[in-house]
Design a binder for this molecule. Structure first.
Ligand code: HEC
Length: 163
């Protein structure tokens, strides 16, 4: 059906929606693409929220999606020093897709990040994850920067035994 065949009022409404895109809420947000849905699925089954989303596991997975992957101030201390699960919403917002893929491939990532699992993903799966996080948009504060071995962390940490 072309615009000419739509009832006049509907045509006006569509026009208004096109112009009012920045005024979120007036018109329904665009439905996520199949690629974005795939990214959401991979993030769910990949356990990314368990570390990168504060309170996700404690909520039984019911935490609102808008708060996913915003990074955590809980530290993980071991022979590598102390690591913090990054704010992926900020990271992805600041990188193009090729830059993000290069970052993932570059490795290594400090434990307990399952960096090797991420690197083993098919390129189209990594791209779907990137697109999904990009679709979520930037949110939250950066996680604390990693600390080298021997530097005492200030906040709460999970301590791993030395091998
Ligand atoms: C067991 C906890 C854990 C899980 C599960 C986890 N991560 Fe991480 N992730 C971390 C930690 C900790 C870091 C910081 C690593 C470092 O400092 O080198 C990190 C870092 C990253 C980075 C690098 C960020 C940067 O700033 O360079 C990416 C990308 C990433 N994770 C993506 C994911 C994705 C996607 C998933 C799910 C498939 C996932 N992570 C699952 C703990 C986790």
């Amino acid at each position: 059906m072309t615009m000419n065949h739509l009832p006049h009022s509907m045509g006006l409404l569509l026009g208004a929606c096109a112009m009012a895109l920045p005024l979120a809420g007036l018109c329904a947000p665009p439905a996520p693409s199949a690629q974005i849905e795939r990214g959401r699925y991979l993030v769910k089954i990949g356990g990314c929220n368990d570390c990168h989303t504060p309170g996700y596991a404690a909520s039984g997975g019911k935490l609102a999606e808008r708060d996913w992957l915003t990074g955590d101030a809980l530290g993980y201390s071991g022979p590598w020093g102390t690591s913090y699960a990054s704010n992926l919403r900020q990271q992805v917002a600041g990188l193009t897709e090729p830059q993000w893929l290069a970052r993932v491939r570059q490795g290594p990532m400090r434990p307990p990040m399952p960096g090797l699992s991420l690197q083993a993903m098919a390129p189209q799966d990594l791209k779907a994850i990137y697109r999904y996080i990009r679709w979520l948009g930037p949110r939250g504060e950066p996680a604390p920067p990693p600390l080298p071995p021997g530097v005492a962390p200030r906040g709460p940490v999970v301590v791993f035994p030395a091998p």
